[in-house]
Design a protein around this ligand. Structure first.
Ligand SMILES: [Zn+2]
Length: 230
């Protein structure tokens, strides 16, 4: 690039954008693990979008939500989406006691086995903390042990793309296009964006899928990545 043009771009701040885009283009191995939490609303719409583009989702569905409509989650698993644990009640683990947590894990197990079968329970490899809350001094070790006893790994997101975040005061997106803009600006080699089953998230998921496919990025299940399982 011409030096004068480069200086001019630097001054306008455009060069850093260009360079960031170039470095992303160089990354041949960009991986995207779409994670969608809870499961209350817009489940049909979000699953249909993912099925249409043949892209796997990593679903952290609340136990009592699975129980309400097991068929839709059974079909999601059959289509190749991954199911992860997100507890039965979606309590804030720092606000409850150890006994309640132990009971919740039991309830989650029973609910998945009765709704989706033991085989699908045993295929679960990841756990996600509701609200990202790991518990207090006494509940944290209990939960950690329960997760380990199940042979699960903790799954964290590395990009909050959820429209719901605005209600938690974390980041307010005004439009699904803002979610895509944030995603493309913060692209890494491994991307684990967090979404919820919300209407704007359904639109944002489709935008992210289209963007990823157009750029040749890989969409995958968390449990297909050896490094995440070890
Ligand atoms: Zn949640």
């Amino acid at each position: 690039m011409d030096r004068r043009l480069f200086t001019k771009l630097c001054l306008s701040g455009a060069a850093s954008v260009l360079m960031a885009n170039e470095s992303i283009m160089e990354k041949k191995n960009v991986e995207i693990f779409l994670t969608v939490d809870d499961g209350w609303n817009h489940k049909k719409e979000i699953l249909e979008i993912a099925n249409h583009y043949k892209v796997p989702l990593n679903l952290f569905i609340i136990g009592k939500v699975i129980e309400q409509d097991p068929k839709i989650w059974q079909s999601a698993i059959e289509k190749g989406h991954m199911l992860g644990s997100h507890t039965y009640n979606h309590h804030k683990l720092s606000k409850i006691d150890e006994e309640t947590i132990i009971a919740d894990f039991k309830q989650y197990k029973n609910c998945v086995i009765s709704s989706l079968g033991r085989e699908n329970y045993e295929k679960i490899k990841f756990f996600r903390y509701p609200y990202g809350d790991m518990g207090n001094k006494s509940t944290k070790p209990t939960t950690k042990k329960l997760i380990e006893d199940n042979g699960w790994k903790t799954s964290w997101w590395n990009m909050d793309l959820s429209f719901a975040s605005s209600s938690y005061g974390m980041r307010a997106y005004k439009d699904p296009k803002d979610q895509l803009a944030y995603f493309s600006r913060n692209l890494k080699s491994i991307n684990v964006p967090l979404f919820h089953f919300k209407d704007p998230d359904a639109k944002a998921i489709e935008l992210v899928i289209k963007f990823g496919l157009e750029n040749g990025y890989k969409f995958a299940r968390l449990d297909s990545k050896k490094a995440l399982l070890s």
